[in-house]
Design a protein around this ligand. Structure first.
Ligand code: AMP
Length: 468
């Protein structure tokens, strides 16, 4: 048996220049060692550097930024010093709780959670004295800064938590506005599960010389793609497809056909069988294509049936399931298709249907892959009636957009305020020049529509309807 070596390990919290009160909290919480994201992000954060970190829920990111912002907090100074923005109230509550626990040994830290969907009155009452820390959703924080009920002049640390989700929810403008209303010199810590181009753009806009941190996913959480080949009778191809799409994986799946007319036929057939399915190909009007892409991205469409060319416009790569309804003409196209699946931590599934006549194409792919294809037999169940496989969301279209100065926050505000929806029931919001699209939980779509029609958005009445 060796001696305990914890204190000399590079991953021990004691290697960090943290206040004793914070080390005590970490110990009380039972955190023995730093998680990889903590070990990499805490040293630069504690030096005051801007940090952009790719971190998933469960990585320990909350404790990372929580410890950092508490380290630089001066309790004697009664002003707002740290602002944490989160996409949803649920996350804001969770983050507040974690920071409170970390601050347990620092007396008199005042932390407030300010989220939309909650009455303003009590929030205003609790703001008569400046808190040290605010955790909240962008819309509501922006509102308080605008009203002057919150003062951003003393903010030293701004945290954007789950930044990718905040952008998906249309909070980009609110975040920019907030940054314009707080102290010019502050540290910006950006945490995001994914790094699409718009996150990099936000980082370029809001951060100064950031330290970039990506923690390699542990071996068992690397994106992995499982490829299956299924031999099918041409007459039962649609039955095979419907069967493969039933169940959870079919909740967000991309189906490739080689020909445009098959795209339409397959999408129509799936729709008739109870799937939220849409077609996407080059013969469609631009507006229709945009609407299909919006609905697939915001989860109002579960199955997208597309040609290879049309699918290039799709800004999503991490789908749980990709199906080649027709085997691709060449191995390159096949590789592109299957590259659309495979998410960190979960295996993506790429299924290729193959009729006996298409066998030579499969052989070609096998040669290029340099390994035997995994053939799976599909036992077709007797054709059933309608199997409902609906997408979780539904899209509402508002006949107004950027030209009407409509912003995502206005739509979110109208839905969570007057229409009484919870922020979690509202999904992605896309605002185009003359139109806006908002995804709402499918079961609440008619209620949301009714309320939006009865109420006002930004004090005005716009035409609203459901899509699909
Ligand atoms: P988060 O990624 O911030 O949602 O945190 C995930 C979970 O990990 C939370 O329940 C934390 O309490 C816990 N946690 C954070 N840091 C550590 C650590 N260094 N050791 C053990 N657990 C931790």
């Amino acid at each position: 048996m060796g001696l305990p070596v914890r204190s000399c390990r590079m991953t021990a919290f004691t290697t960090l220049p943290l206040k004793p009160a914070l080390l005590a909290s970490v110990q009380a919480l039972g955190y023995d060692e730093m998680t990889p994201i903590q070990a990499q992000s805490l040293p630069p954060m504690l030096e005051g550097r801007d940090v952009i970190a790719q971190a998933q829920t469960g990585s320990g990111k909350t404790a990372a930024f929580g410890l950092s912002l508490l380290q630089s907090l001066s309790v004697e100074t009664i002003r707002l010093q740290a602002l944490v923005l989160c996409p949803t109230r649920e996350l804001a509550d969770q983050v507040s709780k974690s920071i409170r626990k970390l601050a347990a040994n620092i007396p008199n830290v005042k932390l407030l959670t300010l989220c939309g969907g909650m009455p303003l009155g009590p929030q205003l009452a609790s703001l008569t004295h400046d808190p040290h820390i605010v955790v909240g959703t962008p819309g509501r924080v922006q509102e308080h800064l605008k009203r002057g009920s919150l003062h951003g002049g003393g903010i030293q640390v701004l945290v954007l938590d789950e930044a990718d989700r905040m952008l998906d929810m249309g909070f980009s403008e609110a975040i920019d506005d907030i940054v314009g209303r707080i102290a010019k010199h502050h540290q910006t810590l950006l945490f995001s599960a994914t790094y699409p181009e718009d996150i990099r753009e936000v980082s370029r806009r809001l951060q100064r010389d950031p330290v970039e941190i990506t923690v390699a996913a542990p071996a068992d959480t690397k994106p992995a793609i499982e490829q299956r080949f299924v031999e099918v009778d041409p007459a039962r191809k649609l039955d095979a497809l419907a069967q493969l799409l039933t169940g959870e994986r079919g909740q967000h799946a991309l189906v490739f056909c080689n020909m445009r007319r098959d795209v339409d036929a397959v999408a129509l057939e799936l729709d008739q069988r109870g799937f939220s399915a849409l077609a996407l190909h080059g013969d469609m009007e631009q507006r229709d294509r945009d609407e299909v892409l919006v609905q697939f991205a915001n989860r109002s469409c579960a199955v997208l049936v597309a040609t290879d060319v049309a699918a290039r416009g799709l800004d999503i790569t991490a789908l749980p399931l990709v199906v080649s309804y027709d085997i691709a003409h060449d191995p390159d196209t096949h590789t592109h298709r299957i590259g659309r699946t495979g998410r960190a931590g979960q295996t993506g599934l790429a299924i290729t249907l193959c009729t006996p006549r298409e066998k030579p194409k499969a052989d070609n792919i096998e040669q290029v892959l340099g390994q035997p294809l995994a053939w799976h037999a599909l036992k077709l169940s007797a054709p059933r009636g309608k199997t409902l496989n609906l997408a979780p969301m539904k899209t509402l279209v508002i006949d107004a957009g950027r030209q009407d100065k409509l912003r995502p926050g206005d739509i979110l505000g109208a839905l969570t305020g007057d229409a009484g929806l919870k922020a979690d029931d509202v999904g992605k919001i896309d605002v185009f020049a003359t139109r806006a699209y908002v995804a709402v939980s499918r079961s609440l779509a008619s209620k949301a529509l009714e309320r939006l029609r009865a109420g006002k958005i930004k004090g005005r009445n716009f035409r609203v309807r459901t899509l699909g």
